[in-house]
Structures are given as C-alpha cells and as structure tokens.
Design a protein around this ligand. Structure first.
Ligand SMILES: Nc1ncnc2c1ncn2[C@@H]1O[C@H](COP(=O)(O)OP(=O)(O)OC[C@H]2O[C@@H]([n+]3cccc(C(=O)O)c3)[C@H](O)[C@@H]2O)[C@@H](O)[C@H]1O
Ligand SMILES: Nc1ncnc2c1ncn2[C@@H]1O[C@H](COP(=O)(O)OP(=O)(O)OP(=O)(O)O)[C@@H](O)[C@H]1O
Ligand SMILES: [Mg+2]
Length: 249
C-alpha cells in the first residue's frame, strides 16, 4: 500500500505541475474518501494544499470528523465559517423557485439535494482560483461505475486520484495513512438528507459492488441492477453530447 500511496502522490504532483498550478485542494466531509484524498494532497504538496469544509445538512459528528482529518493530516483548512450563509443561500434558492412553482418538494427533492453538491463545487472552484490550486475529487471505482455522484457537483473536479480504487482499497489506504477509527468504521453517506445511506440508495452493498469490480460473480439480480445503474449514468462519464457536424448547406 505504501507504494500505491507514493504512486498517487507522484501522479498528483505531475498533474499539478503539468497544469501550471501551485497546489491542490479538496472538500472534506468527514467521510473516508475525502479523508484519504486529504492525506494524499498533503503528502504531495506539504505547503500548498488546502481542505475546504462546507457543511450544509451535516451532523455535528461529521463536522468533528472533518476537523479530525485536517488535524491528523496537518492540513490547512477553510470553509467551516461559511456554514450559515451557505444554508441560507440554499434555502433562498429553494424559496424563490417555490414561489415561481419551479420547485415541487416531491419532484425536486433529489434535484435540491444535488444543488448542495453543486454549491460546494462552485465554492471549491472560487477558492481554488484564489490560490491557483486544482480541485481534487474523491470518486472511487464503485461510485464511478454506478454513477453515484452529482453530475457537475462532487463529480465536477479536475483530478480523480481514487478512480481505480474499490471501496475496500480506499479503506485499506485509509488505514495505512492512519485515518481516525471513527471515519474508518462509518457508514458511507452523501449526507444530502437526513439518514441517507449510499448502500440503501444504491440498493447494493459496497462489498457486492467491489466483488463485481474484482471480476467475481455476484447474484444475477445484483449484476443486472449494477449494469442498469452503469448504463443509465453513462452520460455522467462523458463530455456533454453534441450533434455530428452539420454537412448540409
Ligand atoms: N441520458 C442522458 N444524457 C444526458 N444527460 C442526462 C441523461 N440522463 C439524465 N441526464 C441529466 O443528468 C441529471 C441527473 O444526474 P444528477 O444531477 O447527477 O442526479 P442523479 O443521478 O439523479 O442523482 C445523483 C445521485 O448521486 C448521489 N450522490 C450525490 C452527491 C454525492 C454523493 C456521495 O456519494 O457523496 C452521492 C445522490 O444521492 C444521487 O443518488 C438529469 O437531471 C439530467 O439533467
Ligand atoms: N460538508 C462537506 N464539506 C466539504 N466537502 C464535502 C462535504 N460533503 C461532501 N463533500 C465532498 O463531496 C465528496 C463526495 O462525498 P462522499 O460521501 O462520496 O465521500 P466521503 O464522504 O468522503 O466518503 P463516504 O462515501 O464514505 O461517505 C466528499 O468526498 C467531499 O469531497
Ligand atoms: Mg460521505
């Protein structure tokens, strides 16, 4: 695992250098994926890395875990003081849309949840441009395969170091990096609404997804479900579709 950590550290350094950027930042949720990325960017850019903590509906324990990450990684951080205006911004957008009848709680619930991820993305880019840093994403192989991320939200980033790592490998790397126990044993959640759980929403456990990604067989129902999720989210892994160039007059 130490060699893989070195490999990703060097890769991050090369990509940032190629881009002519000065360093890297990541949004920190208190979950395991962003914890691993936090430690990696600190290793890659000891004096030019930043964690951005942007709670919206976050539980206090998760905020504490986000703070434990910056402390453990000895990473500079910002953002946490934005909590209140952030919530207000989200509510203001929702209220205005409601007034116009463009927000129906039933229909817009997921869209509204995704708005949180997109507000975070906009904020991360605002901070990144201030420091000339790249925005590092946290998507792993299981999330990428299933499309379990918000298009242009947490999916809207510059670099994705964990993209080939199954969830089990992210956990292994987190242990090797000495990520705190409470994060290692936490149930994965996007925290877009209360009680949200990745595995409940996906209808599959990460163990099952990882097994499939290892090339092992899973139940036919689970395999079909996974392939359906993958096909339905193909658009998220591509650049936006355009038509063939028009060749007529
Ligand atoms: N075929 C197609 N070609 C081009 N575009 C297509 C399309 N189908 C939908 N779309 C567009 O994509 C949109 C749907 O995609 P999107 O907006 O992403 O929304 P959607 O995939 O519906 O929801 C995002 C999922 O990711 C989860 N998530 C989000 C954020 C963080 C995490 C986490 O793990 O922390 C998880 C979230 O809980 C939810 O299950 C549609 O509204 C439409 O605009
Ligand atoms: N409160 C937050 N502040 C800053 N960034 C956040 C916050 N919540 C989510 N994010 C960003 O969105 C990413 C996607 O969330 P996701 O839940 O997939 O990862 P995680 O929380 O690090 O790990 P897990 O999937 O195990 O919960 C996070 O890794 C983080 O970069
Ligand atoms: Mg999470």
């Amino acid at each position: 695992m130490q060699k893989r950590i070195e490999y990703l550290t060097n890769w991050l350094q090369n990509k940032v250098k190629e881009a002519g950027a000065d360093g890297a930042l990541v949004g920190i949720s208190g979950g395991i994926d962003s914890a691993v990325v936090s430690y990696l960017i600190k290793r890659a850019f000891p004096d030019h890395s930043l964690g951005v903590i942007l709670p919206i509906n976050q539980k206090v324990e998760d905020q504490d875990d986000a703070l434990a990450v910056v402390e453990g990684a000895n990473l500079d951080y910002t953002g946490i003081e934005l909590t209140i205006p952030y919530k207000e911004t989200f509510s203001a957008i929702r209220e205005k849309l409601e007034e116009k009848g463009d927000w129906n709680e039933g229909k817009s619930q997921l869209g509204g949840a995704n708005l949180q991820a997109r507000l975070r993305m906009s904020t991360l880019y605002a901070v990144a441009s201030n420091y000339n840093y790249l925005v590092v994403g946290t998507d792993n192989a299981a999330e990428d395969y299933t499309g379990y991320f918000t298009k242009y939200g947490d999916g809207g980033v510059d670099l994705v170091p964990l993209i080939h790592m199954r969830k089990e490998e992210v956990r292994e790397m987190a242990k090797a990096l000495n990520v705190t126990d409470s994060i290692l044993h936490k149930k994965p959640s996007a925290e877009l609404w209360e009680g949200q759980s990745d595995e409940d929403e996906l209808g599959l456990s990460y163990d099952t997804i990882d097994k499939y990604l290892r090339g092992e067989s899973i139940s036919p129902e689970d395999e079909k479900h996974l392939k359906d999720l993958h096909a339905k989210t193909e658009h998220k892994r591509q650049v936006p579709a355009g038509p063939e160039r028009y060749k007529g007059e």
